[in-house]
Structure formats: structure tokens, C-alpha cells
Unconditional design. Sequence first.
Length: 488
Amino acid sequence: MTVAEYIGRFHPLLVHLPIGILLFGFALMLYQKVRRAELTEAISLAWLAGAIAALLSCGAGWLLVQSGDYEAEAVQVHQWTGLATAALSFLTYAFVKYRWLLASATVILLTIAGHYGGNLTHGEGYLSFVNRPTEASDTTAVVIAPEVTKQDSLVAANQPQVRRTFFYRDQVVPILEKNCYSCHSAKKKKGGLRLDTEAFIQKGGKNGGVLVAGNPQKSKLFSYLLLPHDDEMHMPPKGKRQLTSQEVAILHHWIAKGASFKEEVEVIQNQQPSEVEASAILPLTFPAALADCTIVPQKETHAVASVETSILAKPTDAPTTSTVAYFQQQQVTLTPVQQGTGYVAANFVNVKAYQPSMLKELSRVQGQLVRLRLSNQPVRDEELKPLSTLTNLNRLNLENTQITDAALAELKQLPKLEQLNLYGTAVTDEGIQQLATYPQLKVVYLWKTKVTPQGIERLKRAKPTLKIEDGQQRLTLPDTNKTTKTQS
């Protein structure tokens, strides 16, 4: 991230200053007129302060647009009304004789600029009085009844019936629109990603594709929904509305069936037309058929803070410029854990050609590294030995790596490890019993492993304070074996 991009991110904070100050100045003018109090100097000061704040906000906003996360056309109205507001604020301060006229125009422009800014942040229609569609329950989704081609009443009852469905349009788009468009659409495209059209979904973003047809677990569009809520890659971000279990089920079903963007035709044999219409409403129920699909519980995952807080309280030097440059060259992202400290998190998410030697190079930041994410890399047991030197490592994500029980013996040497993600690994009941000896471990994620409920119970008895996330919820789909599909 460049300095300009960093400053630009302050725009959402700075933009509230001129709004409050300018409206306060206008309120003082109203008070002066009604009560005939002498507040001219205070009013002038308010308009000057508001004008300066508006100018700073415009500057930060311009830098934010340069990051590429927003389409230039989408911010045109917000940008120019914001600049006009700043200009009129200075004029209102300077020309006392025309202050009422200029102040009124400024407030009107301020309102327009704020409205279009809200559209960019929250999506169009966020102030609409029109009721949004109600959410499906968490256990049953009603798939919008598709168009049915009814046969003439004289046709035999056992004549094959045809049903047309458009799952992407009717089920997937509403979920994306409600949860994703505010950050990933024509107006705003965080990470260079748009999810508002088929072409952009298939294109992906700055970090590559997000959709692998037929494989939900390898599709970032789906797999990022399953990450712990405090994981920086979890989507939607912490603080935003999270998808319900049913919405997760719908996205999984769509991707697993090939992520079709087309209307589908189903031919149902030996059913009455009325039965075809009835079967048009397909429930997605819990739990059985999608045993491979785990979801994060809707409640917030626990904060791991105690040991990490004590680590961050101790001063340390930030990694050197040459160290940061080296990891950038290896496509390993280093980000500050907390502003004002030298501690960092290392993320291998963008690494295209993983090499075991990369883990040895982490010794360059052995005192500063607090969080490490190795998910979806071909990491093996013996390659984790260099991690034993990372004395401040507090969170370790080994999701979908190739480690086994043997790796757990190495990791117990980490004195400050509080959170461990073993999702999608080959650890077993016997292996996880070693976790009871980890001195600071508080949270472990065991979804999609070889661990059984019996093994988890043994671990709970050995270490009662350990929070174990095992993804007990599972998704299932109705039996559709009776149907055959062709795409139109």
C-alpha cells in the first residue's frame, strides 16, 4: 500500500468533519436570526473551519479514487458536489453580505454530496422506502417458482413435463446484491473485483479468480465465507451483515452444480402437471448430503487477545525496508498487526510457487511475526521446523495444507500460540491429543479433518479451556435424481 492510498483511506473519517461543522455553522445562523444574538464571529469561524475540513476531505477522497477501487464515472456526482461544497464554504466565510444565500446553497450541495457518498458506501437505494424481500429462513429456502410449460389438458397424464429454472438469476443474484454489491460492483470494486455481472465474476480481481465451477472449496467466492470471522480474509468483512446458513447453502449448491449462468430446462418423467408445479419449490434442508461443506457458526468467533495484547505492548523495531522488499518479491504479504508497533502478519495467499525455503526466511522477522497464514499451500510436516524460532507467533493458519499429526509435535514448541487453524488437514484423533500440552492454545479449528466426535471429546476432557470449532452444521440438498437437465 502506498502512502497516497493510506491517506485516501481516511476519507470516510474526514468526510464527517465538514458535515458536522458546516451544519453547526448554519444552525448558529438560524439561532442568531431567531434570538437576535451577536454570533457573527463564531459563525465565521465555523464556516472557515468547515471549509478547511471539506478541502481536506476532498483531497483524501481524490486519493481514494486513485486506488482503483472505484469507477471514475460512479463518483462523478459525489466528487463534483463535494468540491462545490468546499468552494461555497469558503465563499460563505468570505462574503458576509451574501452569507444566507451562499450558506443555503452550501447545505443543499452538502446534502446531495452526502447522499451520493452514501450510495457509494451502502449501495443505491439504501434510503428507499420500498421494502426489500424478506430473508429466507435459516433452515429452508424457497426457490422462486420457475416458469412451467403446461401441456394441453388432452395430453396424457404420463407425458413428460418441462420446467424452466434460472437458479443464478433467482437465487444467487439476490444474495450477491444484498451482501456484496456495496463493495464489488460498478460503483466500487474493492480488490479490483466486481460481482455484478457474469463476465466480471468469471474474471476475478487483482488476486486472481474467485470461481471454480464444480468446486466450491476452491472457489474464493464460497471458501472465504467459511473462514473464522476474525480472519482478515473472511467475507463479508467483520461488522458487515453475514450470510445465513441458507444463503451459504444456495451458493454451495450453485457452484457445485457447475456455476451455470444460464436458464436450465428440467424434464420430469411420469408426473402430473400439478406435481411439476409443486416440485418447483425445492427446499434446501439441513443436514446430510453436503457432508463436505462446513460453515462458520453465525455467532462471532472468540477474540484471541490476552497473550497477543501482552506481545504488542512490548516495543520492537519494524522489519527493515530490505526485509519487506524481499518478502514482496516472494509474493508474501507483510502487514502491520497494529499501527504504532513493529509487529506484523505474514500472508502466503498470493504465493504462486511455494518453496519450503520460504519458511526458513521467516527468521528475518522472528521477533516481529505475530500472525502467519499458510493456507492452501503444499506445506508438509517437516517444513514447519523453522517455525519453532518464531517466539511471538500467536495465530497460525494451516488450512488446506498437507500436514499430518507429525506437525503438531513441532508446533507445541511455540510458546505464545493461541489460535491454530487445521481446517482441511489430515490430522487425526490421536494427533490432536497433543494440543492439550500447548501452553497458551485457546482456539483450534478442526473442520474437514480426520478427527471424530470421540476424539474431540477426549481432547475436551484433557484441556477443558480449549475452544474447539468443528463445524458441526452441515448442508444438504433435496433428492433430484428424478430429473435430467439440459442447458438452453
